[in-house]
Design a protein around this ligand. Sequence first.
Ligand SMILES: O=C[C@H](O)[C@H](O)[C@H](O)COP(=O)(O)O
Length: 228
Amino acid sequence: MKTTGGTDDQKRRAAERAADLVETGATVGLGTGSTAAFAIRALGRAVEDGLDIRGVPTSFASRELAREEGIPLVAVDEVETIDVAIDGADQLDGDLNLIKGGGAAHAREKIVDAMADRFVVVADPSKVTETLERAVPLEVLPDARTAAAARVSELDGEATLRRAERKDGPVVTDNGNLVLDCEFGQISDPESLAADLSATPGVVEHGLFVGLADEAYIGTDDGVDVQS
Ligand SMILES: O=C[C@H](O)[C@H](O)[C@H](O)COP(=O)(O)O
């Protein structure tokens, strides 16, 4: 699993605090990535101790890990409500706007996180920034990759096809699509950029999560900062 700038202890503290929010009977969105994985493991231990929950995985990877951890699972298209979702982020600003999709899972993550009554972001301090500025991942239909990259240029961005590390060729998402990583520099108006990207033909989903997160738990070296 990919790692990022924060330490595992910081990620674990944030994730375990978020997992403590989950009550028996809950339907829980299980995020993707190295930070969310700590929450899945904590929930697995709680299930072993008697917590009765259903997990809704956001990716192939989170489903596999949750299975290993013994968490009962249900697919997102089989639930109408989700009580709490715990998910990581690649970057977050002070208004809890996020960039997600470093693991190419942002399309299903957005479905799950948006359905949740309470969406808690778990992260380490290296993810927190004043203004979002990382590349925004776009999941695109394979046929749309050239047209979508051209639209990104019109929006003053630069799109790069994400390539796989362990095979020749592109990253293919869990949904069979491609990923364009799009540099826009500092994103002064995430809501407006999100609307433009959503309106681009062939874009299945973009990695800007605007107005979705309720709280962020930021693990530090000696505790957890809560932002809401
Ligand atoms: O597609 C992947 C997800 O959006 C992850 O939640 C995000 O990349 C953060 O992952 P990590 O906790 O490993 O930095």
